[in-house]
Each structure stands twice: as structure tokens, then as C-alpha cells.
Design a protein around this ligand. Sequence first.
Ligand code: HEC
Length: 142
Amino acid sequence: MRTTLLVCFAVLSVTILSGDHPSAAEPKKAELPKVNPLMADKLKNAQLLLEGLALNDFEKIQKSAEELMRISKAAEWTVLKTPMYEVNTNNFRRAAETIIKKAKEKNVDGATLAYVDMTVSCVRCHQHCREVRNTSFTPIHE
Ligand code: HEC
């Protein structure tokens, strides 16, 4: 009887101890990748785009929008694999496409409107990323 009880206790202890308690050895989930130069390039090209819009320079508008489109298609773009990240990516690309089209048509109003759409997608995607990781972009590189 005593042995049976001891065995039961041992089994129970093992079950409890090996339960899903996070151990120190467990890898941190949602580990943040190092910010890649690609991401910083977005800002550079978005600024060039604004410059193009402000100066009615359609060549500059088109070139920077094409560059932004190229950036969004690079492998390093996909930092998160969530449906919302995809939605924001699609909105971003649609806006870039519209900007290119409007630049070709020399339609500065249309290009400006699409630039606003794109800017909204930047902000929304970053908001989503912060929500998912519950962190901000600035302090991630410890
Ligand atoms: C679909 C999502 C998404 C969209 C849209 C998006 N970004 Fe980002 N952005 C990210 C992610 C994710 C990071 C963090 C990158 C990392 O951790 O590698 C980031 C980081 C950045 C950074 C920080 C780079 C650094 O070196 O610290 C800047 C600046 C930036 N984005 C600008 C923009 C601008 C400007 C736009 C719009 C023109 C934009 N982003 C649109 C996802 C997005």
C-alpha cells in the first residue's frame, strides 16, 4: 500500500513538474529580427516621393514609388505572417501602383491622394506590429 502511494506521488510530481511551465531554456517567442536596411529605405523613398509631389516632379514621384513597390516585394519585407500584415502590405502596394499610374498620367492630385493612402498603410502596419509584439520599434534592439 505504502509503495503504491509512493509511486502515485512520484508520478503525480513528474506530471506537475513537467507541465507546461515555461522554462528558462525555452526560446523567447516572437523574437524580433534585426531591422534590415530595406525598412529604412522605405522612409528614404517616401520622403523622395513627397519631394516629387511638392515639386511636381513626376519622374521623381514615379521612381520612388517604383522603388517602394520593389522594396515591398523583397523577402525581408515579410516580418510577420499575420493576415493583418498582409492586408497592410496589399494596401501599401495598391497605393504604390496608383502613384505610379497617376505619375504617368501627370496627375499630381491623384498621386497625392494615393500617397496619403500609402502613409495610412505605413502607420497602420506599424501599429499592428506593435500590437502583435507589444513593443515599439525604437527599443527593440537591446
Ligand atoms: C506591411 C507592414 C509595413 C508597412 C506597410 C510599412 N512598414 Fe515600415 N516597418 C515594418 C516592420 C515590420 C518594421 C520593423 C522591421 C524589422 O523589425 O525588421 C518597419 C520598420 C520601419 C522603419 C524603421 C527602420 C529602422 O531602421 O529602424 C521605418 C523608418 C519604416 N518602417 C518606415 C515605413 C514607411 C515610411 C512606410 C510607408 C511608406 C512603412 N514603413 C510601411 C512594416 C511595415
